[in-house]
Design a protein around this ligand. Sequence first.
Ligand code: GDP
Length: 140
Amino acid sequence: MERTLSIIKPNATIDNNIGNIIKKFEDEGLRIAACKLTVLSKEKAEGFYIEHKERPFFGELVSFMTSGPVVIMALEGENAVDKNRQIMGATNPAEAAEGTLRKLYAKSIGENAVHGSDSLQSAEREINYFFDKNEVISRF
Ligand code: GDP
């Protein structure tokens, strides 16, 4: 059993795809352990993406992530970190496999619909970054 952090990004919330995305996670056997709809401040988004601070697209990424509502979730289940990455598909929707969330709902490499932790270690940091311990409800 693992937990991972998922974010439904502003392009997908604005396009009314929150339900479609959550349905896919549930259909694939992941459960929601924590969930909130919010708008990120610039500071919160910068802190979340701190490892990308030196990348040329950092400013664009922060500006996109603060441009509208996001749904932040802790998902749990067997092999949750890798399973979520598979459900999401490649970062660039042009390279994402058929049926993946990014193939279905991303607009571009930047506006790519969903975030998912890339390792168990990042998952722990990212879940703690957004949720207090008592907001994460294990369902296993
Ligand atoms: P991920 O783990 O698949 O989300 O990909 P990365 O960790 O490499 O990048 C983090 C996020 O930065 C991506 O999900 C995109 O939203 C954004 N990003 C990555 N590459 C680019 C780029 O070339 N341009 C822009 N605007 N955003 C990018």
